[in-house]
Ligand binder design. Structure first.
Ligand SMILES: Cc1ncc(COP(=O)(O)O)c(C=O)c1O
Length: 409
């Protein structure tokens, strides 16, 4: 058979695969890589990961694991010392009483969320999501054949409120996913409001996933708020999906956890054991060192993100047509660019993001990918130098577009 014949065979993708899309944040990473390979000086504010290296004591624990040949399968739920450390960390910080059988170490936070949704959702079950939200939630819900019910938060400046949640609940509602601090908006749910939201959900028989991926990155006066702080009667229907990826600059290590009601965790474990098996043994040892070692690097990263945000957001707001609120947590600016789009003649935020990438070498993720047309997500987990240069380039794009639109004399 000739190679042409081989390439014409259409792959019979399953309906499930056809309905799944490549993560738009992953697509942006690939587009940036392609430009870099062509020699373009790319400023990457698209990728949502710390620009800091993994702290040395964590890397040392991994080196030691290798030297000790800790390179084989572990229990699918993760090694016991790590499960204990996750419980201890959570209980001592937030006054809860989780036990290791309520904890499954997962392959990053994403795998935990995926398995927790798969373990609960049947076809047609409604899942409440704030809109905008992280790109993977609706895709994961689709995968489980659930129905996404989007709660629009633009009118409340992207704050999720108990009233909004209450209005979205129907007899088919089964789950809500709450993400505070939020990717992409940087909003933090106030602890009292958080309790009210979960209270309403529990009263109406819903289950809750609390995605705490950015837990420690909160800028005072806003407060770190974990579902672990809730009273036991509310916590009994909440799965905390945690991650070491952002907190310890460990995105490539792929360690997260699901911490919650024992029966739900047991189902998560079954799903993980038949798919990823477990988080990598070496990464688990590194995660143990991260949770039990010095937390100083986390505070240093937080202080640095704060310093950057304090420069970056006002600088963005200086650009005509840009309105950007100050982030309360995480490390994303989420500017409203509707004015700029009008001024510069962009019909969609995707069009704007493409122009910014291909002509000016600045990578951002268009808001529509998160459900918010007219916005752009810019990660400031990048050097001040890169942030300064990005503002210059965005300003240049605006100036060029205005010049194009000025009638010739
Ligand atoms: C809101 C949110 N949740 C979960 C994750 C998953 O993180 P990981 O799988 O790297 O732990 C991310 C990563 O970007 C995220 O932004």
């Amino acid at each position: 058979m000739s190679s042409t014949a081989i390439s014409t065979i259409a792959f019979p993708s399953s309906i499930r695969a056809q309905k799944t899309h490549l993560s738009s944040t992953a697509a942006v990473v690939m587009a940036a890589d392609k430009l870099r390979a062509q020699g373009v000086n790319v400023i990457d504010l698209g990728v949502g990961e710390p620009d800091f290296p993994t702290p040395e004591h964590i890397k040392n624990a991994a080196r030691q694991a290798l030297d000790e040949n800790f390179t084989k399968y572990t229990a699918s739920s993760g090694i016991m010392p790590l499960r204990k450390a996750i419980c201890d960390y959570t209980n001592s910080n937030f006054g809860s009483d989780y036990a290791p059988e309520q904890c499954c170490v997962t392959v990053g936070g994403k795998q935990g969320i995926f398995a927790a949704v798969m373990a609960l959702i049947n076809p047609g079950d409604e899942v409440l999501l704030e809109n905008p939200c992280w790109v993977s939630y609706p895709e994961i819900v689709n995968f489980a054949e659930g129905k996404n019910v989007l709660i629009d938060t633009e009118a409340t400046d992207f704050h999720l409120t108990a009233d909004l949640v209450k209005a979205a609940i129907t007899p088919k509602s089964k789950l809500i996913i709450i993400n505070s601090p939020s990717n992409p908006t940087g909003r933090v749910v106030d602890p009292a409001e958080y309790k009210k939201i979960v209270g309403i959900c529990v009263e109406r028989g819903l289950w809750v996933i609390s995605d705490e991926c950015y837990l420690q990155f909160v800028y005072p006066p806003f407060q770190v708020n974990s579902a672990a702080m809730l009273p036991p009667e509310l916590r009994s229907r909440v799965m905390i999906c945690g991650s070491l990826s952002k907190t310890y600059a460990m995105t490539g290590w792929r360690v997260g956890f699901a911490l919650g009601p024992k029966d739900w965790v047991t189902e998560v474990l079954k799903i993980q054991s038949q798919s990823a098996t477990m988080a990598a043994s070496i990464a688990q040892k590194a995660a143990l060192a991260a949770l039990t070692g010095s937390q100083e690097p986390v505070q240093e990263m937080l202080a640095e993100y704060r310093r950057r945000a304090e420069w970056f957001i006002p600088a963005l707001n200086e650009i005509p047509g840009v309105e950007c609120g100050q982030p309360e947590g995480a490390f994303y600016a989420f500017p409203n660019l509707k004015g700029l789009m009008r001024n510069c003649g962009f019909a969609t935020s995707k069009e704007l993001a493409d122009e910014l990438l291909h002509k000016y070498g600045v990578v951002g993720t268009d808001g529509a990918a998160f459900g918010a047309e007219g916005y752009l997500r810019l990660s400031y987990a990048n050097s001040m130098e890169a942030l300064r240069e990005s503002v210059i380039r965005i300003g240049q794009m605006v100036a060029d577009a205005s010049a194009r639109r000025r009638p010739a004399i």
